[in-house]
Design a protein. Structure first.
Length: 266
């Protein structure tokens, strides 16, 4: 059965690139006109690229299997690759902290991911339940940050996306003094450490960064909801197709990484 790449209604630059890449390899690309599952795609073999809210809105009805790293992936990694303390906890516990920390929701963007001076600056119980999972990290400054699209445990595409916390997209360089070789070596160490509780789905995005103390993992995210920056769109498409494809074709080994999709009543 032919495949269709379904794109969210608010298509971004990566979505436009993936639509072109899909067309070049004979895949149908369909931009959703709304936040409902397109009737014409029901029963079809569909892959998805879009944000978590879009996946939640259409995924169950279209029989999709969006894969994402476990909430505690970063906290489960050894300190040798995180270079900082990272804890998976609840928002209620984070609100009781009295020192600065970087706090973010593991997957969904419930609130701004940033350094909070103390727990009192986090969203209150009137906005978010206290049992909302959050990652609390020791504060570090990343001099440069890189996005890696990972497929079957190897880097399939990579790009720089930030310098000193500011957006600075660029292709990787491999000449003298370039970060490319060091990044590749550190990425291999990180992916080798991604086992057991720190295992990744077969298709995912991993962000790595260079600090004044050395290389460190930034975070991991779902490939189907991540920007490609200066990565090769064809390589990104390979990862996206695996990361959010038909549930009926999902291997049993990937089920622990399956996003829980809500029932949507129209």
């Amino acid at each position: 059965m032919p495949s269709t790449l379904l794109l969210a209604p608010r298509i971004n630059e990566t979505g436009l690139q993936l639509r072109t890449a899909a067309g070049r390899r004979g895949l149908r690309a369909f931009t959703a006109p709304s936040w409902r599952a397109p009737r014409e795609l029901l029963g079809e073999r569909v892959h998805l690229y879009g944000g978590p809210l879009f996946a939640d809105a259409v995924g169950r009805e279209l029989g999709l299997a969006p894969l994402e790293p476990a909430d505690g992936w970063l906290a489960a990694l050894p300190r040798e690759v995180t270079y900082r303390r990272v804890e998976l906890t609840t928002l209620a516990a984070a609100r009781r902290r009295s020192v600065p920390a970087f706090v973010k929701a593991p997957a969904d963007k419930h609130f701004a991911a940033r350094v909070y001076p103390d727990g009192g600056a986090l969203p209150g119980p009137d906005l978010l339940d206290g049992d909302t999972p959050v990652l609390v990290s020791e504060v570090v400054r990343f001099e440069a940050e890189y996005r890696l699209f990972v497929l079957d445990g190897t880097v399939h595409a990579a790009s720089r996306y930030a310098l000193d916390g500011e957006l600075a997209v660029a292709e990787l360089e491999s000449g003298p003094g370039a970060d490319g070789p060091e990044l590749a070596a550190f990425a291999a160490d990180v992916l080798a450490a991604a086992t057991g509780p720190a295992a990744l789905p077969s298709a995912a995005v991993v962000d790595l960064g260079r600090t004044e103390r050395g290389w460190a993992v930034v975070e991991a995210n779902a490939a189907w909801a991540s920007g490609g920056y200066a990565c090769d769109p064809n390589a990104v498409l390979d990862v996206v197709l695996r990361a959010a494809g038909p549930l009926a074709e999902l291997p049993s080994a990937e089920r622990p990484f399956l996003r829980t999709l809500p029932d949507v009543v129209h």
